[in-house]
Design a protein around this ligand. Structure first.
Ligand code: DAH
Length: 337
């Protein structure tokens, strides 16, 4: 019995200070191998009288188990250490971290929602170039040479008559040059203006343009399409108002307002106490535009509209600074997933 206690004490001292995996293997052979210390004790048990043999046999077998599990524990500890882990750092019962989930940008979401509604009204989606010529951005749209938007301070000119488009209305011209009416298209995209950046202005923003042309399109068709759009986008109880305005490419032209969906028209901070929110420009296509693309203005009529996506997204989500859209700060973007 005292020999068993000695072996046990020696083993415990040695195992707790063992620092190398190879050392463990050597210990296993030395204590538990065929010629091992404990093995020789077990073998000599037969020389003992019956009752002592039983007691010593039980103790020796207990020690054998203790040694086996001690060696396995030490092996786990040394393997973790070789991988740079600490026992306290590994809790295998903790749930894992999933990969972070992404989502669409609020501008993409807003453009998607606008497109979805017009597609349901039979519109087709089309895109046009962001680098454009003066012809498509201005001339064909009946914008005169002395119009302020043609000034170098109001448009990014690249070289000569090449520029970054200042609106998506250029796509109207590309579409009409390529096909004959009837058609109805929705044209989303980026536009550029050299505006000083502040809470409501950016040198780049997004617009969605609409165009429908046939032989008998009237202002009633424009109102009908926009009414369905506004109710679906901003709520069924939304009211609309058309204010007379001017755009060179439409005649007559209008600014379209919707009743404020925050205060329901009573007047609040967002609608500046007016009860109305301006959301787009619209009108009937000017005959001069049809002439520029070779359509017979006596035969065709159409409507067009253009809206700013950032402005609509800001109203819908209650965002007070346009710069938040472009900073890529996940603390902002996460809210829209
Ligand atoms: N292009 C105009 C702008 O950027 C918006 C616009 C107004 C587009 C009226 C249209 C329209 O198609 O009919 O300010």
């Amino acid at each position: 019995m005292s020999r068993i206690d000695e072996i046990k004490a020696a083993f415990e001292a040695e195992i707790s200070s063992c620092k190398r995996l190879e050392g463990l293997e050597e210990m296993k052979v030395r204590y538990l191998g065929r010629k091992g210390e404990l093995t020789s004790v077990l073998r000599s048990l037969s020389e003992l009288p019956e009752d002592e043999r039983r007691k010593a046999g039980m103790e020796a077998n207990k020690l054998k188990e203790l040694m086996n599990s001690g060696i396995e524990e030490a092996r786990t500890r040394l393997e973790m250490k070789s991988r740079g882990e600490k026992a306290s750092e590994m809790d295998v019962t903790l749930p894992g971290f999933g990969p972070p989930r992404g989502g669409l940008h609020p501008i993409t979401k807003t453009m998607g929602r606008i497109s979805e509604i017009f597609v349901s009204l039979g519109f087709r989606i089309a895109e046009g170039p962001e680098v454009e010529t003066e012809f498509y951005n201005f001339e064909a749209l009946n914008i005169p040479l002395d119009h302020p938007s043609r000034d170098g301070f109001d448009t990014f000119y690249i070289k000569g008559k090449t520029l970054l488009r200042s609106h998506t209305s250029n796509v109207q011209i590309h579409i009409m040059q390529k096909q004959k009416p009837p058609f109805q298209v929705l044209m989303p995209g980026r536009v550029y203006r050299p505006d000083a950046v502040d809470a409501t202005h950016s040198f780049m923003f997004h617009q969605v343009e609409g165009l429908m042309v046939d032989t008998d399109i009237s202002f009633a068709d424009l109102k009908g399409a926009l009414t369905l759009f506004c109710r679906s986008m901003f709520g069924e109880d939304t009211r609309m108002r058309f204010r007379p305005s001017f755009f060179p490419f439409t005649e007559p032209s209008a600014e379209v307002d919707i009743s404020c969906f925050i205060c329901k028209g009573k007047g609040c901070r967002v609608c500046k106490m007016s009860g109305w929110l301006e959301i787009m420009g619209a009108g009937l296509v000017d005959p001069k535009v049809f002439e520029a693309v070779g359509y017979d203005p006596g035969k065709y009529t159409g409507f067009a509209f253009g809206m700013g996506v950032e402005r609509i997204a800001m109203l819908l989500y209650g965002i007070n600074d346009i710069r938040l859209f472009y900073e890529n700060d996940v603390r902002f973007l996460r809210q829209f997933i």
